[in-house]
Structure formats: C-alpha cells, structure tokens
Design a protein around this ligand. Structure first.
Ligand SMILES: Cc1ncc(COP(=O)(O)O)c(C=O)c1O
Length: 306
C-alpha cells in the first residue's frame, strides 16, 4: 500500500538569470503522493513507518506549532485510519493556528510541551516516559528523520532528470533524513543539503540517518545564513518572483533555492552543471505565514495558488 516506487514524478526546468549567467541547468523534482496532504518529503519519510505499523498501533510525533510533519502525520492518520498524537513545541495551543486546526480536523490529539521538555525529547528518560504513557504508539522523531525515514527518501529517483543524469542533487535540510536518503541512493553523486536551520548538530543528524556499515564521501551541508523560520522581505520577494514558474514557500524550499542561487552567484558551485532540486512540499505552511502576518494579503493570494 505504501510503495514509494509507484510515485508519479513531475520534473520542471527553471529559468532564471542567475542560472543563465552560470550556464547551469536547474530541474525541480516534485512527487504526486497518493494522499496530497502528505506532501513532498513527508510521504517518502512516512511511508516506511506506515508499512511497519501494526493495526493496533498509533503514531506519536513532535513538531513546532506550524509543523509540516505533524500536518502530514495527522492526514495520514485520517486517511489510513489510525490514531495520531502530536506533541507541539508551545506553551499553549493556539487553536486559531491554521496548521493546528488542520491537525485537529484530521483527528490528531495535540498536546503542548514547553521548550525545555521539547529539548529533552531524544533522551532515554523521556522516551521511556512516552513508552509508558502511550504504549500502543510508535514514536517517530521530529521531522520523521531516522533511518526508516531516510530509507523512504532513498526511493526518490532524484538524479533522473528528463535531460539526463543530474550532476548535483540538492534539497532543503532541517532534520537531515531527506538528505540522508538522497546520499544513500546516490553514493557517488554530489549531494548538497541546503540548511534552513542554524544547527551545529546537523551533520551528525544526517549521519545518524545513514546506514552505519557504509561510508559516504560525496555530500556536504551548506549552512543557513539565518535561523530557522526567519523570513526576510528579500526571501519573500524571491518566492513571489519565482511564482509564475513554481510554487514555493520561504521557510524551506524558497530559502533553500535562494541559497542555491547565492552559491551559484558566488561561484561556490562550478559552472555548467545540471542540478536537481527536490521540492519537499511545505505549502500548507503558507497559511501560517499569513496568519502570523509574515506575508501580506497580496503575497498570500499569490503564493497560495497552486
Ligand atoms: C517542506 C520541508 N522541506 C524540507 C524539510 C527538511 O527535511 P529534513 O527534515 O528531512 O531535513 C522539511 C522538514 O522535514 C519540510 O517540512
């Protein structure tokens, strides 16, 4: 039921003056998941866990108040009929938040956990507490990034662009599982993670999602210039300007593409390459940006059109 090989893939070549100036080709890869609400990398990372789940088990996971991962997990629970719990990094649940509203509509049980508790989510003690409190739930880490999640991302044929094999594979990177999947599928290709978080542990997070018995040498993570969630007017403008060709948002895909173009402009990526970029989804988050007044009504109207 959760075969990732059967996925429909859409490719789109992007036109942009920076690409032209650097004689580079950029191909964006999007997947069409069986359930559209489980979009982008979320489908890939959740599919192996959904396959493993026993009928009596629910799934519990973590995320921020506007988490794409929790929204996708809630949709999975609704469409495949299993209970879900989302532990949300917040002091108080804001029930007007469009992401949380959507989670609730899909039947997810939401519980707030404060920042201090959230930081302890990977400790043995906290996981023991979760196992005791929710014995019938599989606990999935934040972002769905673990070796299972990465094995799902490894199903993506990201190098197979319609113009031929890509030289460089790129993706927005936060918790590391998607990049780890790309690395293990293409160990001999150059894989670039475009970080959207400032996290010194990101490299080790990617490594933790990779198979331990093999070594991988051809990958790199480019640091984010701004902290996670920081959206500058320039970044929003970039997303709006690309809109006639591609729908992106400024927290993940927009920020990563902006970084990619900056790297090309600075000469950090050699000229003449065919670059593939995985569109990891995240478009549900656009409503949350509007709700927080990070984007204007006009920008919202433009960006939300798919
Ligand atoms: C839309 C979107 N893109 C990219 C990422 C980053 O993927 P990963 O956490 O596997 O590095 C995420 C978070 O999972 C996301 O929601």
């Amino acid at each position: 039921m959760f075969e990732t090989q059967q996925l429909k893939i859409h490719w789109q070549q992007i036109q942009h003056p920076i690409l032209k100036a650097h004689q580079s080709e950029l191909w964006v890869c999007q997947i069409e998941p069986p359930v559209s609400e489980i979009a982008g990398n979320k489908w890939l990372k959740l599919a192996p866990i959904l396959s493993k789940r026993k009928p009596s088990q629910g799934i519990l996971s973590f995320g921020g108040a506007f988490s794409n991962h929790l929204a996708a997990l809630a949709a999975a629970g609704y469409f495949y009929q299993f209970p879900t719990i989302g532990l949300v990094r917040t002091d108080q649940l804001d029930l007007n938040n469009p992401t949380l509203q959507r989670c609730i509509e899909y039947g997810m049980q939401l519980e707030p956990i404060n920042r201090m508790q959230f930081r302890q989510r990977d400790t043995i003690e906290f996981n023991q507490y979760l196992a005791n409190t929710y014995p019938t739930y599989i606990v999935v880490p934040e972002g769905g990034s673990n070796q299972d999640g990465a094995s799902g991302a490894a199903m993506l044929p990201l190098a197979d662009t319609p113009a031929g094999e890509a030289d460089i594979l790129t993706v927005a990177t936060a918790s590391g599982g998607t990049l780890a999947g790309i690395i293990q599928r293409y160990p001999h290709k150059q894989a670039l993670g475009l970080a959207v978080v400032k996290d010194q542990a990101l490299i080790s997070k990617v490594k933790a999602c990779l198979p331990t018995k093999e070594n991988f040498y051809h990958w790199q993570v480019f640091e984010s210039d701004t902290p996670y969630g920081k959206v500058t007017p320039q970044l929003i403008e970039f997303c709006c300007a690309l809109k006639p060709q591609l729908t992106i948002e400024p927290i993940y895909t927009g920020k990563a593409l902006f970084k990619l173009f900056t790297l090309l402009a600075k000469g950090n990526i050699p000229k003449g390459k065919r670059i593939a970029f995985f569109h990891t989804g995240g478009l549900q988050g656009i409503a949350g940006l509007h709700y927080r007044k990070i984007i204007t009504d006009k920008q919202f109207t433009l960006l939300k059109q798919i």
